[in-house]
Design a protein around this ligand. Structure first.
Ligand SMILES: Cc1ncc(COP(=O)(O)O)c(C/N=C2\CONC2=O)c1O
Length: 410
C-alpha cells in the first residue's frame, strides 16, 4: 500500500464539524449534556467525512495553485476539468454526458435546496424513500413543499423498494419530484439496474422528475460497480445527477460538486439563478482528484473492506444479537441494536453519554429507522476497534447490569 490509512491525524483547531460541531448539531437544546469521556476522547463515528488524509496528489494541486498567489474571481474555464471528470465517469461507470449539461455547486445539499425550488411549485410534493438522509427532508421543507415518504422494505436487514407503494404515491399529480439516493445512505444499498429501471419507469410515466443523488457512488465494496440513474434513461431529460469528489476523496470542506442537468430550460434557470464564482483551490483540487486520485481511491476501498470485515467479525463475537450486513456501498455501517436497547430510546444520546461514541441513530433518518444506529467506519482501524469495544461494553451492560465495566474485547 502506498498510502497510510492507519495514521491518526489530529483534527483539533481545524474548524471541523466532526470534532467541534457535534454538540450543536446532534444535541440541540442539550448542548451541555455530560459524557463519560472528555470531548476530545470521544470516538467520532457520526458525520460522514473521513479521518484519512486527503490524497497527497490533491494537496499538491492545491499547493501549486497557491503558488500562483492571486485568488481573484474564478470559474471553471479550463476545458481539462470536464475532460478529467468525464474520463472518470467513463472509466468508473461506463457513462458520460455532454459538457454543456454540467454545472457546479458548493455542495449537493445546496443543489437540492435550489433544484426543489426550481422544479416544484409551492403547492407540490416531493417523494423520497425512507430511511433517508435527513437533508432531503430539510430541502423539501425549506421550500415549503410537502414531503411524501415511501418506506423501504426491510427483509432481515436487506432493503428493497416497495414499488406498489412508490407508484401509488407517484401517481398523485401533486408529486412532481423524487429525490433518490443512489447508492443509498444510510442502508448502503447499491441499487441494481433493474431496481433503478423500475423506479425510473414509475417516476417518468407519472411525470415525476428525478434527482439522483450519487455522492456515495465511488464508495463501493471491492468488485461492485455503480450504475448512474441517467445512464438507464438516455432519452429522458428529466433526471438530474448529483456527483462530487467530496465523499470519495474526503474533501467536503472544499465545497465543490458536479450537477448534471440535461433539461435545457432547468439548466438555464440554474445558470441564471445560481450565478456564483467558484473557489479556485476547490477547482484545482477537484480536477486533480479525477486526474490523479485513482490509486489512492483503490487503496481506500481495500482499507474500508477491511474495516467492514473487522466490524462484521467483532459484532458476531461481542454483539451477536445485533443485526448487521456489510453494505454494498458507502462507508457507513447500519446496525440494528434493538435486541440490546428495545423501544424508542435516544440511542445517540445514550451511546454518547455512556459509551463515549458519537453516532447517528435511526431517528435522524426521517422515518423507518427505529432501533438502528449508523457508524462511520472511515477511520483508522485502531479507532474503529476502540469505538466498537466501547459500544459493545455499554450495550452488554445495558442489557445485563452485572456485566457493567467489563471490557468487550481486549
Ligand atoms: C446522500 C447525501 N447527499 C448529500 C450529502 C452532502 O453533500 P454536500 O452538501 O456535502 O456536497 C451527503 C453527506 N452525508 C452526510 C454528511 O454527514 N452525514 C451524512 O450522512 C449525503 O449522504
Amino acid at each position: 500500500m502506498k498510502y497510510n490509512f492507519d495514521e491518526i491525524i489530529d483534527r483539533k483547531n481545524t474548524n471541523s464539524m466532526n470534532t467541534d460541531g457535534f454538540r450543536e448539531f446532534m444535541f440541540k437544546g442539550r448542548e451541555n449534556l455530560s459524557f463519560a469521556y472528555k470531548d476530545d476522547e470521544l470516538i467520532r463515528m457520526w458525520i460522514a467525512d473521513m479521518d484519512f488524509a486527503t490524497p497527497p496528489e490533491i494537496i499538491e494541486a492545491i499547493r501549486t495553485r497557491l503558488d500562483q498567489r492571486i485568488f481573484g474571481y474564478s470559474q471553471v474555464f479550463d476545458p481539462n476539468y470536464y475532460v478529467a471528470l468525464s474520463n472518470w465517469t467513463e472509466r468508473m461507470y461506463d457513462w458520460t454526458f455532454p459538457k454543456e449539461y454540467l454545472v457546479t455547486s458548493p455542495g449537493i445539499i445546496p443543489a437540492l435546496y435550489e433544484l426543489c425550488e426550481y422544479i416544484c411549485k409551492p403547492d407540490e410534493k416531493v417523494l423520497i424513500v425512507t430511511p433517508s438522509y435527513a437533508f432531503f427532508k430539510s430541502a423539501v421543507e425549506f421550500n415549503h413543499l410537502e414531503l411524501v415518504c415511501s418506506k423501504l422494505k426491510n427483509e432481515n436487514g436487506h432493503y428493497t423498494i416497495n414499488y406498489d407503494d412508490l407508484e401509488a404515491k407517484a401517481k398523485d399529480p401533486k408529486v412532481v419530484l423524487c429525490i433518490f439516493c443512489n447508492p443509498h445512505n444510510p442502508t448502503g444499498r447499491l441499487w441494481k439496474e433493474e431496481e433503478l429501471r423500475r423506479v425510473g419507469e414509475i417516476c417518468l410515466r407519472n411525470h415525476v422528475w428525478i434527482i439522483s443523488d450519487e455522492i456515495h457512488c465511488d464508495l463501493l465494496r471491492s468488485g461492485l460497480s455503480h450504475t448512474p440513474f441517467a445512464k438507464l434513461f438516455p432519452q429522458s431529460d428529466r433526471i438530474v445527477t448529483c456527483m462530487a469528489p467530496s465523499k470519495t476523496f474526503n474533501m467536503a470542506g472544499l465545497m465543490f460538486s458536479n450537477v448534471i442537468i440535461p433539461n435545457q430550460e432547468l439548466r438555464e434557470l440554474w445558470l441564471r439563478r445560481h450565478y456564483s464564482f467558484k473557489n479556485p483551490l476547490s477547482i484545482a483540487a477537484t480536477q486533480a482528484a479525477y486526474e490523479h486520485g485513482q490509486q489512492w481511491h483503490q487503496e481506500l476501498l481495500q482499507y474500508l473492506d477491511g474495516n467492514f470485515k473487522f466490524t462484521d467479525a467483532f459484532l458476531s463475537q461481542y454483539l451477536p444479537e445485533a443485526q448487521f450486513k456489510i453494505p454494498e456501498a458507502t462507508y457507513l455501517a447500519w446496525i440494528n441494536i434493538s435486541n440490546y436497547i428495545p423501544g424508542e430510546e435516544d440511542l445517540t444520546g445514550l451511546l454518547a453519554a455512556h459509551a463515549g461514541v458519537l453516532l447517528e441513530d435511526g431517528s435522524m433518518f426521517v422515518d423507518n429507522g427505529q432501533g438502528y444506529i449508523r457508524l462511520n467506519l472511515a477511520c483508522p482501524r485502531a479507532v474503529l476497534k476502540e469505538g466498537l469495544q466501547r459500544i459493545a461494553a455499554f450495550l452488554n451492560s445495558y442489557r445485563d447490569p452485572s456485566l457493567a465495566g467489563t471490557a468487550a474485547a481486549t
